[in-house]
Design a binder for this molecule. Structure first.
Ligand SMILES: Nc1nc2c(ncn2[C@@H]2O[C@H](COP(=O)(O)OP(=O)(O)OP(=O)(O)O)[C@@H](O)[C@H]2O)c(=O)[nH]1
Ligand SMILES: [Mg+2]
Length: 376
């Protein structure tokens, strides 16, 4: 009698322990799978797959986080020339950059303006980030007409131009500044690399690696994301002026270059360029004597004002003349949109941590991106 009562208590205890263990196990499974609905998840984890891409140096074991004001492995910064009126467009872009990338890295921002920044602008940006932010005004002589420009001729071009932004004087000042002076601004003095940013752009995907570090580790000088064709009426004499420069300075053009990317089989300019509203650049490129000589040659010719040369084709022609393909990187894993054109990393419209709308445009299929993949 006593034995069977003891057996009964033991059975009850065992039952209690196994029920408890089962509940703990179920709880653990439910907790572990709270983001997944199957063993592999119905969403493939974009950031994990990116982190596992050894070439980007992502860190699958946990992204390195850089302290907001701590020393960074690379002297890089996000840089924008911008107007006070662009505050809301700029806030949208900074918000996305922070959420997608910089909250982990805390690289500084530098904002430049031909006018003094308003208090609202500065506060509106500072509210969004823990990273250091600097605001600066342009140096005298870097915005406006150089002395040799015939301003009547420039006005005539503006008044008769039938191409986008053709009527704008300030747009031309902007393109000249971004081509020849931005890298010389005192706030950029200590930078090794800049990542150019603009208002109203979208960053579609998480970026779980440090593009500055990736550039540095791989000896890269120029990084791009979208490569369209330039609108020919804006650059009517740019190619001839560039050829003039090359003929005068053959010693500046290395044998291995990327000129095949910008010219067709007949040696004519094919209008291919990197869209410089996104560019990550080793600033030693723009600070080099050959870039300086090229910019001065173009500036003297007056094409910023007698036509409407953009900084994008100029940066791109410099890259084509002075760099080898191994120094230039197509950041095709960065999902990006500037009004009118977008790049969505392959496959990310249907999976992962990207929010691309395929109808926005698929720059990866543009002819200049295809040509890029073909040139060596
Ligand atoms: N401070 C200042 N910044 C300017 C001026 N014009 C353009 N910018 C900035 O220069 C960058 C390029 O100008 P955008 O007007 O965006 O030129 P875009 O990208 O060719 O043209 P959109 O299609 O209109 O974006 C942006 O960051 C602008 O905010 C100007 O007159 N003053
Ligand atoms: Mg823009």
């Amino acid at each position: 009698m006593l034995v069977s009562r003891r057996l009964l208590s033991l059975a009850k205890l065992l039952g209690f322990v196994s029920t408890f263990a089962l509940l703990v196990h179920m709880g653990t499974v439910l907790y572990a799978s709270r983001n997944n609905t199957s063993a592999h998840g119905i969403y493939q984890n974009w950031s994990d797959s990116l982190s596992n891409l050894g070439k980007y140096g992502g860190n699958a074991a946990g992204v390195n986080e850089y302290a907001p004001r701590g020393v960074k492995p690379v002297k890089g910064a996000l840089v924008a020339l911008v107007r006070n009126d662009d505050l809301f467009g700029m806030r949208k872009a900074v918000r996305q950059l922070e959420d997608r990338w910089n909250h982990k890295y805390n690289y500084p921002y530098i904002f430049l303006n031909d006018q003094p920044f308003t208090r609202e602008f500065k506060q509106g940006i500072r509210d969004l980030t823990n990273a250091p932010v600097q605001f600066g005004q342009l140096e005298p002589g870097t915005w406006g007409y150089p002395s040799w420009i015939d301003q009547d001729k420039a006005r005539n071009e503006r008044e008769t131009a039938k191409y986008i932004k053709g009527h704008s004087e300030s747009y031309r000042f902007m393109c000249r500044f971004q081509s020849g002076f931005i890298h010389k601004h005192p706030l950029l003095k200590d930078l090794e690399y800049y990542w150019r940013i603009e208002p109203d752009v979208d960053y579609y995907c998480d970026i779980d690696f440090d593009p500055f570090l990736f550039m540095k580790k791989n000896g890269l000088k120029y990084g791009w994301n979208i490569a369209p064709s330039e609108y020919a009426p804006t650059v009517r004499t740019l190619w001839n002026t560039t050829k003039e420069f090359m003929n005068k300075n053959p010693q500046m053009i290395p044998d291995k270059n990327l000129l095949d990317w910008v010219q067709d089989d007949k040696g004519e300019y094919n209008m291919c360029h990197f869209w410089s509203n996104f560019e990550i650049v080793d600033l030693s490129l723009y600070r080099s004597p050959q870039y300086e000589a090229y910019f001065n040659h173009l500036d003297r010719s007056g094409g910023f004002f007698y036509e409407r040369w953009g900084d994008a084709p100029i940066h791109s022609l410099a890259v084509a003349m002075f760099l080898r393909k191994s120094q230039v990187h197509y950041f095709d894993v960065i999902g990006y949109r500037h009004p009118a054109m977008a790049h969505c990393p392959k496959g990310s419209d249907v999976r992962g941590k990207c929010v691309c709308d395929p109808s926005d445009g698929w720059a990866n299929d543009f002819s200049c991106a295809k040509r890029w993949r073909q040139v060596s």
